[in-house]
Design a binder for this molecule. Sequence first.
Ligand code: GTP
Ligand code: MG
Length: 410
Amino acid sequence: MNNFIKEFSYLNVYYLSAIIFLVIVAAITFIVLKRRSKKKLEEEPKVRPEVKLEIKPEVKVEFKEVKKEEVTKEVIEEKKEEIVKEVAVEIVEEVVPEVIEEKKAPWSQRLKNGLVRSRGEVWDKVGELFSRGKMDNAVLDEMEEILYAADLGPKLVEELIAELKKSASANTTNNFKLILYDFLYKRMEMYQQNNHNQKELAPSQKNTNVIMIVGVNGVGKTTTIGKLAMRYASNGAKVVVGACDTFRAAAVDQLEIWCKRANVQMIRAKEGSDPSGVAYETLQTARNTGADYCILDTAGRLHNNMNLMEELKKLKRVLTKLDPMAPHQILLVLDAITGQNAIKQAQEFHKALNLTGIIFTKCDGSSKAGSAVAIIQELKVPIIFIGVGESVEDLDRFELKEYLQALLNI
Ligand SMILES: Nc1nc2c(ncn2[C@@H]2O[C@H](COP(=O)(O)OP(=O)(O)OP(=O)(O)O)[C@@H](O)[C@H]2O)c(=O)[nH]1
Ligand SMILES: [Mg+2]
């Protein structure tokens, strides 16, 4: 019996050791396999973030959409290729404007580029109709439609059609351009002449030149002031800018960015002060520091219960306390897109403030740049500056000949 027990316990020890051995082997195998798979899993994301770093969000989404089991080496390679393409597109988009900026196309080119829509959608089309040589009713109707859409105004359209009918025999495109050039030039020249006669915006030797910029909201007042500040400052003039648009805090921040770029001083509202208060303080600072220019940004709209024109009149009045001749310039900013409606706006501002000039902005964004002719005729106030884009170089003095040459591609 004792022997049996002894044998049995030996057997048990053998079995037990074998089981323990097997368990250890299984455990080691399990640990090794687990480590391997963990390592593999760790390696896998290592590839993916590398890829993710370069890709645009849409590509990331695309990548995520591939099921995990489908993320093979080939898929990753394929995605990488796509990603490289996407990144390349992105880089091209980002770099091109900078390259253009660096090259700084001359103003004449910028103006021509800026007026491309007006030229293509209006004047080239009218020229094409004219060159058919047959001014029948169908052609005249089509011409009228194009000219009305370009917001030339009924009076000018009528006069122009009559002029074209008269000259219909001389039916080459070149002649058409000359007819048109003469027509538009005659109608603008006498008012633009004022522009040349004016001392314009040149710094006066003794006094600070005060320029008040007005216009409805969104026409480009603040941007234009930024461009002007940069223009004058880079010519060595001392400029002080007043953020009299106290309606929106964002408007002041926007102006501040421009002033920092131009390295010019900006005066902002103190708690509770109104636009006239800021204007007064700006002119005071400008005079005390011997500035050549004091440029005032104004609001395009006010709180509902306040009248914009009354506020602007008050602002203008306040300036005379410091300089009876101030403001020397009151420039109305008009957005070319507004077309004929701009005339109504302009008349209202002119009545309240007696404008000295117009800044015609956003000519690049519209086919209505020709409406300048109608505006000048109606208002009898010259256009001083023209804007054809958002960068500093996209604003320059309005020169009639240059403008018409660019508009008609002569
Ligand atoms: N394409 C183009 N955009 C312009 C031009 N001038 C201004 N802008 C843009 O027009 C937008 C409005 O310009 P702002 O200068 O803020 O206009 P604002 O008159 O000060 O507007 P408020 O302060 O709201 O009254 C901005 O996005 C400018 O970059 C231009 O000549 N061409
Ligand atoms: Mg503004």
